[in-house]
Design a protein around this ligand. Structure first.
Ligand code: FES
Length: 161
């Protein structure tokens, strides 16, 4: 059995995905750059996007999902109005990054990779935010919060609508 799928229609309408897909030749090796392009354009990889990518590259939807879900850079839910990143790199991990991550999950009621129901926040775990000397670190939108504590988390989150 092959992972390749036949094009159902050679004149597939790519609708709003057209401008993203038009930059590629439709080769299977383009899968990751195509997914990156879709995520840049729409903020996440929807089921519909995976169907379009599958047809465009002539590979199965399972293969598209399998690759996309392997890489933490891809998200499958729409982003929130504000992004929260918690660092679990070595420096942050040894200084309580995991505890911060669990506290954020409790506070927001979501897991990493998810978005709150009100779309206020999305939560991501990252491997390093590039400021290890300030560990443990979280980032809200473009702002770095250094030497973060569980007690300060609520205060930081309350600053965002
Ligand atoms: S490990 Fe957290 S900023 Fe580098």
């Amino acid at each position: 059995m092959t992972d390749r799928v036949e094009m159902e229609d050679s004149a597939v309408s790519y609708d709003e995905y057209g401008p993203v897909l038009a930059r590629f030749k439709g080769e299977q090796g383009d899968l990751i750059p195509v997914l990156q392009g879709v995520q840049r354009a729409f903020g996440y990889i929807s089921e519909e996007a995976m169907r379009h990518v599958s047809r465009f590259l002539r590979i199965s939807e399972n293969q598209v999902f399998g690759v996309a879900s392997f890489y933490s850079q891809f998200r499958f839910t729409p982003p929130g109005r504000h992004s929260v990143k918690v660092c679990l790199g070595t420096a942050c991990h040894v200084r309580g990054g995991q505890i911060l991550s669990q506290a954020l999950e409790r506070e927001l009621g979501i897991l990493p990779g998810q978005t709150t129901v009100d779309r206020r926040f999305d939560l991501q775990r990252v491997a390093c935010l590039g400021c290890c000397a300030l560990a443990p670190v979280i980032q809200t939108d473009d702002e770095i919060h250094s030497q973060m504590t569980v007690i300060r988390l609520k205060q930081v989150l309350s600053e965002y609508e």
